[in-house]
Design a protein around this ligand. Sequence first.
Ligand SMILES: Nc1ncnc2c1ncn2[C@@H]1O[C@H](COP(=O)(O)OP(=O)(O)OP(=O)(O)O)[C@@H](O)[C@H]1O
Length: 466
Amino acid sequence: MAVPGLQLADLSIGQSFPNFSSQSTDPQSAEPPTEKIHEIGKCREWRFEVAFNTTVEVKLLKGTAEIFGTELPTGHKFTFTGCKSAIYTWSGCTLSVTGTPTVEYTSEETPMTSYTNLHFALEKLRGAASELPSKQGPRVMIIGPEDAGKTSLVKILTAYAVRQGRMPCVVNLDPKEGMLSLPGTLSATSFSTIMDVEEHFGSSPTSGPSPVPVKLPLVYYYGLASPEANAPLYRALVSRMALAVSSRLSEEDGSRVSGCIIDTSGIASYDVISHAVSEFSVDTLVVVGSERLYSDMVRRFEGREAASGVTVVKLAKSGGCVDREEAFLKQARETAIREYFFGEPKRTLSPYTLTVGLNEVNLWRVGEASPLISGVLPIGTEDTQPLLVKTTPTSLLQHSVAAVLHAEMGDAVEVLAESSVMGFVYIASVDDQKHYMKVLAPVPGRLPPKPLVVSSFPEPTASLVG
Ligand SMILES: Nc1ncnc2c1ncn2[C@@H]1O[C@H](COP(=O)(O)OP(=O)(O)OP(=O)(O)O)[C@@H](O)[C@H]1O
């Protein structure tokens, strides 16, 4: 089974990679995990956290329940691992929980009513757009501090829109977390079918058997965690993505009416936010969990520049939102990379090892600002940070992920920087002496003759071939 996106034209050297063993080892397996029954009252939320090395199974026995907007079917067992999440019920429900979450409690204080009100306000705009072909559906952007619940709100709004038969285009401008792609990327995809209950957006689209239809995103490689780390590249990619999304929205009536929902980085500066608002022609700016950011945005978009046509909306942060420590995020990134190549326990994939001569590789690295250099630039001097820098593969790149670009070998750097991603390969080893490297690829065959880009984020992951 292969991960789509990486289309290898010519098949030759591939061999299946033998060292895969499933990651999830359940320390509870010695004694059978206990089943607990939870009765959740209406308009309440059961919040739970599951560590990466354990699993918790949840089954809806009675009533209705949803996880970030996506409904749980009755009687189906869902397995969760390495997540912090919540199951909400509007009318009350009974859940069967097998296994031991690290944290679990039921809360009656949730911002779900205001989140739903926002959804209905957006539906009203969609209704108006469906009656007037010249009108656009809502273009919503969610901003707020880190871990304020932006991505969770995007999931809820997307799931509710899909449940009403809409097909919103969902855009992820937060490189720290991938949406249907690896961390370090920006992506967009049209959602017209339900999300996976366990994976939500998921980290990689697979072509294997899947309980929900596979969604194929448009992906751009940024390779850094913060939008400021290479502001020129980030801005170029946001502009490119906005162009692609606008053209998608104008292609199909259902997409035009449904509009788009944009997730952003919690550490985006006001300039980065303003740039994205203008490129995507955002008309609804939702600020989650920050009074100060809200008032600054009102001043910026609704005050002096009232003609901008942007409505700024304030929403409370859910009490369930948890700050994710760096170790958890790092493990989530590793898991995303592992799943891209090896799948997950229910849908395993077999990547292939390809041997590639170093002289065949056209490799680029994302330009990173040197704090030393930019710190001593004279006032008024432009910091000309390169978008990409040509580089040679060395053993320092071992265990990094490289993006294979939809571009030609001889393309100019400006073209390469804005090219979309075909797929990813994992650099398993580099032999500097013998001038070859071994890479893991999701499909067999020769590495396509396309430029590759590497960067420092996500960090090299040795455990993949350990
Ligand atoms: N109501 C809730 N109950 C339990 N956990 C929640 C709830 N809402 C969000 N979370 C969890 O809190 C964490 C942070 O939420 P989320 O990813 O939505 O925030 P974010 O603002 O997008 O973060 P970032 O700034 O890193 O992009 C996630 O692990 C999410 O699953």
